[in-house]
Design a protein around this ligand. Structure first.
Ligand code: CMC
Length: 429
């Protein structure tokens, strides 16, 4: 039996088809609503609007479930590598050993950044935020790596994916080194994706950096947990900008800009700043919780709440374990972790947070993990961006391959003044 809903407007009834996903989620398919009824739907912030169908990531915000291509994120965090998870997201299946080797070779081949790009990094003001630098430089990649007409479209796209995954990681480290006035460290063919990044970030001719397995493991999990999150703000930006058929670099650059915001990927930086503020004010989280509850105060508890999760973010649980493990292994005592635990304990038992379904999200513990690795605070959102690349790429690819592809162009309900006539300046009161 065909599933449908009915809508009655001014006494006239219309059938609205019901769409059912593989996990049983249901949607009203309103794609012909305006054509049939002259009506549009209004949904500020798109909280009730599905912008596409997708077979990449499944989230259940009520049960706290997250799966990439059907695999629970808990299993991927335990057994997979970020490189393999990136392959899975982009290609739909886990790679065979041969496919993984080919993918790794490709990432290695494309890990260097054009030497002429160095001068750009050198000329940003030293205090420029790394997210602004990264989004500009990713956009600039198209100029340095134009399409080669002799290549097939498929080959060109696969090379672009590899370039992005590999070069963005190199660019992040180059930008950090140059911002410190230090010698740039080149990627190496004999190191894993994560170890390579750490070496490029922290190695120095006078202070060699020894890659620590526990840090590599933590970084792998950090990036796997950030790899995709269905139609979040930055991914929606990538799809929207990409829908105008711009090149992928420009679409990813838009995603980086969206991710920069403190309500999205900038939250990991904002959480640590908030924990530091709590520490500086004596270490008691209670006044901060009181401010978050106060309707007249715009302050929000950073690292708490989520548009989709109305229970614990499953990534936050894994991140907390990683945090405890890495600090213990590295014998680090971070007072911010004690504050974070006290804050969480108080917030999850507070009626305001319970009633509003506000629980820790992925960013709550991730900043403490990044601090333990030695990543500087303003680079935290960049770490999120590197992790989110496979998601942006796979979502862009899916949208380009969608037979129902359409330019993204929402409508509005106009609430301004009605038509009026122009008055010459000398006749205005
Ligand atoms: N602290 C205090 N109150 C909050 C918070 C918070 N962190 N988050 C939501 N609320 C309240 C909000 O004031 C509102 O209250 P009321 O209904 O009484 O007016 C209610 O909860 C709903 O808020 P909303 O802004 O309509 O909800 P949303 O679904 O748009 O918010 C959010 C999602 C992530 C923007 C929000 O929870 C927030 O600002 N959190 C802090 C920033 C943060 O941690 N962001 C990282 C998100 S996870 C990483 C990622 O995927 O980007």
């Amino acid at each position: 039996m065909e599933k449908k809903a009915t809508l009655t407007v001014n006494g006239k009834t219309y059938d609205i088809p019901l769409l059912i996903g593989t996990e049983g989620e249901m949607a009203l398919d309103i794609s012909t609503l305006r054509q049939k009824t002259g009506l549009i739907t209004l949904d500020p912030g798109y909280a009730n609007t599905g912008s596409c169908t997708s077979s990449i990531t499944f989230m259940d915000g009520e049960k706290g479930i997250l799966r990439y291509r059907g695999y629970p994120v808990e299993q991927l965090a335990e057994y997979s590598s970020f490189r393999e998870t990136a392959y899975l997201l982009i290609n739909g299946e886990l790679p065979s050993a041969k496919e993984l080797e080919r993918f790794s070779l490709m990432l290695n081949d494309h890990s260097l950044v054009h030497e002429d790009m160095r001068s750009f990094f050198e000329n940003f003001p030293r205090r420029a935020h790394p997210m602004g630098i990264l989004s500009s430089m990713v956009n600039a990649l198209r100029a340095f790596y134009p399409e080669i007409p002799e290549r097939s479209e498929e080959e060109e796209i696969n090379i672009t994916f590899a370039r992005l995954l590999s070069k963005v990681r190199t660019m992040a480290a180059v930008s950090y080194k140059i911002s410190r006035g230090h010698k740039v460290v080149y990627p190496r063919h004999d190191l894993s994706y994560c170890a390579n990044f750490l070496k490029m970030m922290f190695d120095s001719p006078v202070k060699p950096y020894h890659v620590h397995d526990d840090i590599v493991d933590a970084l792998n999990v950090f990036w796997i947990l950030h790899a995709d999150h269905e139609q979040n703000c930055s991914t929606a930006a990538v799809r929207l900008v990409g829908s105008a058929r711009v090149n992928l670099y420009a679409a990813i650059s838009a995603g980086i800009c969206a991710l920069w915001g403190p309500l999205h990927g900038g939250a990991n930086q904002a959480v640590v700043e908030m924990l530091q503020d709590i520490q500086d004010s004596g270490g008691d989280p209670a006044p901060f919780i009181a401010r978050a509850r106060d309707k007249n105060d715009p302050f929000r508890l950073m690292g708490f709440g989520h548009r989709v999760y109305k229970t614990y973010d499953p990534r936050a649980r894994i991140m907390e374990k990683v945090c405890n493990r890495v600090l213990k292994k590295l014998k680090i005592h971070d007072p911010l972790l004690d504050i974070a635990k006290r804050l969480e304990e108080m917030a999850v038992n507070d009626p305001y947070f319970i009633d509003h379904h506000l629980y820790p999200n992925v960013d709550f513990y991730s900043g403490i993990v990044l601090r333990a690795m030695g990543i500087p605070l303003n680079m935290f959102p960049v770490m999120f961006a590197i992790g989110r690349l496979p998601g942006w790429i796979s979502q862009w690819k899916e949208s380009m391959e969608d037979p129902k592809w359409k330019l993204h162009r929402p409508r509005q309900i106009y609430t301004g003044l009605q038509k009026r006539d122009y008055i010459p300046v000398d006749q205005r009161g």
